[in-house]
Write a protein that binds this ligand. Sequence first.
Ligand code: APR
Length: 231
Amino acid sequence: MKKKLVVLTGAGMSAESGLKTFRDTNGLWENYKIEDVATPEGWNKNPQIVLDFYNERRKQAAHAQPNRGHKILAEMEEYFDVQIVTQNVDGLHEKAGSTNVLHLHGELSKVRSVKNEDLIYEIGAKSIELGETAEDGGQLRPHIVWFGEMVPMIEIAADICLNAEIFIVVGTSLQVYPAAGLVGYVGHEVQKYVVDPSLPSYSFSTNNVEFIQKTAVEGLQELKERLLGNG
Ligand code: APR
């Protein structure tokens, strides 16, 4: 029976694929106001600004390639029962070959009807414009969880973390809830690893947390060697 390895990833996971993080220097939130582009209020006030923001990011994500860190996590499926819980909305974990990926905050390549959140369409890198509607006549909107909106997958994600036998956090500042709260669901006795070049300010309540102060690519390479016992 393979050990359950749960990996919680954030924007830093895709930094080495050329995609911007949110809160680093020159991050997305330095160049855009969250309330304008990532809230229901922003959407109601000026949907075009929101569509432009996600159209741009959707194109970038579609042209980005998974980095070595994504690929290492995919390779780990040979040795562990790997479940990725990602805050990321790019499809790089799947592109790298990971088969168990849960998107907490939605996916850039998908859009849905404003009238029915279950009416979802896969559009790849395409843009959507005002006036483009779903079959129910609702305007198409990004299939993204905006600030202030529910995170439908959070209960499933919590259950996954509850059952983790090894837990890895990669590339997240752990500043956004409920995602950051998932760490608290992981058993006290479970070994946790945090891979991040600058250590998150998050105060872990348990002691068996090891910080690997490296990038996703370097840190996951080191961690893979150690977990497979040849490092
Ligand atoms: N490798 C690993 N980690 C990195 C790298 C890298 N090459 N570069 C930066 N990081 C780390 C940063 O040190 C930081 O801790 O990635 C983290 C990025 O944090 P954020 O920009 O806050 O991104 P994230 O934690 O994913 O944000 C969570 O906030 O805006 C919302 O919905 C959005 O899902 C996002 C959520």
